[in-house]
Design a protein around this ligand. Sequence first.
Ligand SMILES: NC(=O)c1ccc[n+]([C@@H]2O[C@H](COP(=O)([O-])OP(=O)(O)OC[C@H]3O[C@@H](n4cnc5c(N)ncnc54)[C@H](O)[C@@H]3O)[C@@H](O)[C@H]2O)c1
Length: 326
Amino acid sequence: MTWLITGGAGYIGAHVVRAMTGAGEKVVALDDLSAGVPGRLPADVPLVRGSSLDGGTLKRVLAEHEVTGVLHLAARKQVAESVAQPTRYYRENVGGLATLLDAVAEAGIRRFVFSSSAAVYGDPRVDLITEETPCAPVNPYGETKLAGEWLVRAAGRAHGIATTCLRYFNVAGAAAPELADTGVFNIVPMVFDRLTRDEAPRIFGDDYPTPDGTCVRDYIHVADLAEAHLAAARRLSDGDPAGDLTVNIGRGEGVSVRELITAIGEVTGDTRAPLVEPRRPGDAPRAVASAARASELLGWTARRSVHEMVGSAWRGWQLHQAADRR
Ligand SMILES: NC(=O)c1ccc[n+]([C@@H]2O[C@H](COP(=O)([O-])OP(=O)(O)OC[C@H]3O[C@@H](n4cnc5c(N)ncnc54)[C@H](O)[C@@H]3O)[C@@H](O)[C@H]2O)c1
């Protein structure tokens, strides 16, 4: 098998490349480098610079590399940007996926894994979110992921492609410092950014109906997430693939914002008290995965702790800070 990994030079994509090649899988990466960093990829992994919106390039890559399965991670992922630019998000996330699925069907490829997100659930108000929990995204980014899942399943049925949608929860950490997330869009880098500026971390709302009043999330180490892709790919490559599967990828354990900031304080040694600010609109009080289906059907369970996640993210942050200073 040869797997095409779209968004392969991105934060998660580069970890997936590493997990797949480390397990002996043959891969080719495609990335338009709008957010990707070529240096994240090992020298022996071919990187094609191109977009999922470019059918001609996709057709050529699938043929030249004799691709037999696709892991599709390329997407825009910033919630606030999706609210400001919904047409761009639909065009790139859903349109790019449609173009890719056309190329996949034409090439006769029968295995497809799609990067979905817990954002498809919106604010479900349940203790543990199962894959049967109704989906009601609350922003255009989440909508593009849900529409993407529908499209993946419909194309799978129409063209005999076995499909898997992985709904990632809150991703953090790095398998190696040079693979760390360089954006400041998620809570872990946002807290690091505050500390680096000699400012206290911020908590948005401490009056939620949760044990310590702050929002509770399910944080997953990106190296565990990458291993989930390997498990999904292996499941599709065993025997004759068929059908579709939708799976939550989380630890199944809730961590509050206050607990996370405490863990960050332990790792960084900067234990200053956080500032409590008003709630932000659209933040769900609690979003924690049921990880049962992933364990049962993929034979995969997250292994790494929140402490490991924060520690590895901090080493990556420091490396990037040092590089920026040079
Ligand atoms: N980071 C998270 O917490 C998280 C959570 C849930 C789901 N996801 C999903 O995981 C995937 C990867 O996210 P990430 O955090 O690694 O983001 P990222 O921005 O680091 O990676 C995305 C990569 O895709 C590339 N790309 C974007 N649009 C493209 C296109 N049209 N054609 C080709 N390449 C394109 C970018 O250059 C980038 O390298 C995305 O689909 C995202 O929606 C991420």
